[in-house]
Design a protein around this ligand. Structure first.
Ligand SMILES: CC(C)(COP(=O)(O)OP(=O)(O)OC[C@H]1O[C@@H](n2cnc3c(N)ncnc32)[C@H](O)[C@@H]1OP(=O)(O)O)[C@@H](O)C(=O)NCCC(=O)NCCS
Length: 155
């Protein structure tokens, strides 16, 4: 499989929704929480995010979108959001490449890239730590799930 990473546009919104729902279903099962924000985000919300000018990248196997990631920028900080890889493609390095692409695509003013994940999602935490992110804090999200925030300085 030859995967290339490229920018996402509003035209990808439908495929992004499909990948995201398939990928986050495993997190929903882990926590017994079926209303996680990535699962209930609407097509219109995804389309709006993809047109707001913040970095967003897709992983493409030929014409097929197999992974996606978006971001939110606030001054010198950028949140990595909705990192998703199609279930049949996970474990092949696509997530790592998307994470690198979004970090490298951060606007000039950004000096810290951060994200959060579920505190019981050991695999995700190992994945981010192996990419150089460090744990900075914990919080409870809106539905009571304990989450860990990790961040990385942009060089
Ligand atoms: C988390 C996710 C984006 C990782 O993408 P991926 O393409 O499967 O990850 P990669 O293949 O690039 O993994 C890179 C490394 O992390 C490890 N890793 C990734 N996910 C892992 C997991 N769940 N458990 C254990 N190890 C994991 C891989 O084994 C690999 O290690 P290696 O380089 O030593 O072989 C993907 O599994 C996914 O979409 N998960 C569901 C949605 C989700 O939880 N998103 C993140 C929310 S914060």
């Amino acid at each position: 499989m030859t995967v290339h990473i490229g920018p996402l546009t509003a035209a990808h919104a439908g495929e992004v929704m499909t990948i995201q729902r398939a990928a986050y279903l495993q997190e929903a099962r882990r926590y017994g929480a079926w209303d996680l924000p990535p699962l209930v985000e609407t097509l219109a919300e995804i389309r709006a995010h993809l047109t707001d000018g913040t970095p967003a990248f897709g992983a493409f196997d030929g014409p097929r979108l197999v992974g996606s990631v978006r971001s939110r920028v606030d001054g010198d900080r950028m949140e990595v959001a909705r990192l998703s890889v199609a279930p049949d493609v996970q474990g092949g390095g696509v997530g790592r490449r998307l994470l690198a692409a979004i970090s490298e695509g951060a606007p000039e003013a950004v000096d810290t890239v951060w994200l959060f994940t579920g505190a019981e999602s050991d695999g995700n935490i190992r994945f981010y730590e192996s990419a150089g992110f460090v744990r900075v804090s914990e919080h409870l999200d809106a539905v009571g799930i304990r989450c860990v925030t990790l961040e990385q300085k942009v060089i």
